[in-house]
Design a binder for this molecule. Structure first.
Ligand SMILES: [Zn+2]
Ligand SMILES: [Zn+2]
Length: 403
């Protein structure tokens, strides 16, 4: 059996299994449903289903590699794009390790120049250093560190949605995407009618874009000031965290002069108490308004959430459907309670295939964990692995079913 047939058969088993539950999106009948088909690798769009049972039957018959549904609500979801009758859309956020600078990509990602075949680790460059080519084949992996970073960004986003926008726990839904990150959906009447520009403003707020710190009336322009609201408060808290743990090198690395870095480092207590605590920013001689601004800019970067901005602004976006399999991993997109984000373990909760083992030839893969078990690293070897691990490696282009 070819590796593709093997994965297809596993996906087929999953969707045919009566025990598989696909939670219905709200107002299913107003959503556009889309699929990526295994065999033809084509996208089927503009589908409509009256019930989740009809949809599940379709999945078991067609066996798509990926299943999507619109964030939007339409009068007629099956019509062409401009004839659908847009009724509104949920507010959605995508946090993907691809958009977060992590150091682990040097360890587990690879690129190969399509023109000359030169290959190296990490993210592909703009231009191949050997031939100047600009097209690359890439091989990525998803590790605990990638997903840990994505979770941190998700935590910051949720904090902003709850505390700055005032959305309730009931209105915010959080999901593991099934691959390299998390999705956050806000479903409530208040967001439905927001247009692209409105959503762009929300994106700017979440990412801290265009935020100018300490802009007061002209006569006080020479003073540094942070209020106790919204981003000001966020920066204050972030600054407190940063100053508490900082080293002289950290301070120098953000571009502060040695002398100033020394002052900040030795006066930590005073800064935390007087400057941040009481708002008396001029209490530390030698630390100017400019320095506080520079620190605030840096802290803003730490506190902003690294979302994929185009997903949020697109009011017609298709997003992966909860409970379905990701074609690049064989893991499920799963929803979990907001309160359990800290403890959520994607490598456990998203595992779809729990039975059987498969003999594989693995080209290369770093050490990885699924459930309680740690596997690899493997390099050019034949191994027997549990089905979920086998599907993951094949989907990620790291292994083939062994004869
Ligand atoms: Zn090249
Ligand atoms: Zn990683």
């Amino acid at each position: 059996m070819s590796s593709r047939d093997f994965v297809y058969r596993k996906f087929s088993d999953f969707y045919s299994d009566p025990a598989t539950v696909i939670p219905s999106p709200s107002s299913l009948g107003q959503r556009e449903i889309g699929f990526l088909l295994f065999k033809e690798r084509i996208m089927l769009r503009h589908k409509i289903f009256a019930s989740i049972d009809d949809l599940k039957l379709f999945l078991s018959e067609e066996v798509p590699s990926d299943v999507y549904r619109s964030c939007a609500y339409y009068e007629n979801p099956a019509a062409e794009m401009d004839k659908k009758g847009w009724l509104g859309a949920d507010l959605v956020f995508d946090i993907d390790a691809d958009h977060i600078p992590t150091s682990c990509n040097k360890l587990h990602d690879e690129w190969t120049c399509k023109k000359c075949g030169f290959a190296d680790k990490g993210e592909p460059p703009k231009q191949c250093s050997k031939c100047g080519g600009q097209k690359f084949d890439t091989k990525t992996w998803v590790c605990e560190q990638c997903l840990g970073s994505a979770k941190e960004e998700t935590t910051k986003l949720i904090d902003i949605l709850q505390n700055d926008f005032g959305f309730s726990n009931k209105e915010i839904h959080v999901f593991f995407s099934g691959h390299r990150g998390y999705h956050v959906h806000v479903e409530t009447e208040a967001v439905k009618s927001l247009d692209t520009m409105d959503r762009k403003e929300i994106v700017d707020y979440v990412t801290g874009l265009g935020l100018s710190i300490s802009k007061r009336e002209r006569k006080q322009a020479s003073k540094f000031f942070l209020s106790d609201f919204a981003w000001n408060k966020r920066i204050k808290q972030g600054m407190s965290k940063f100053i508490s743990d900082t080293t002289i090198d950290d301070l120098k690395n953000i571009g502060l002069k040695s002398a100033i870095s020394n002052i900040i480092f030795t006066k930590k207590e005073l800064i935390l108490r007087k400057c941040i605590g009481e708002g008396l920013w001029e209490s530390v001689p030698g630390v100017s308004v400019g320095t506080w601004r520079k620190l605030s800019e840096y802290v803003k970067e730490l506190e902003s959430s690294k979302i994929d901005t185009v997903v949020t602004t697109d009011t017609h976006r298709l997003i992966r459907m909860n409970g379905t399999l990701h074609g690049k991993t064989g893991l499920k997109k799963v929803e979990f309670p907001l309160g359990s984000l800290d403890d959520f373990d994607p490598f456990k909760k998203a595992v779809a295939f729990k039975e059987g083992t498969v003999k594989l030839y693995v080209s290369d893969v770093p050490e990885f964990r699924l459930g309680e078990n740690v596997f690899g690293p493997f390099e050019r070897e034949t191994v027997v692995l549990p089905t979920a691990a086998a599907v993951l490696l094949i989907c990620k282009g790291r292994a083939e079913v062994a004869k």
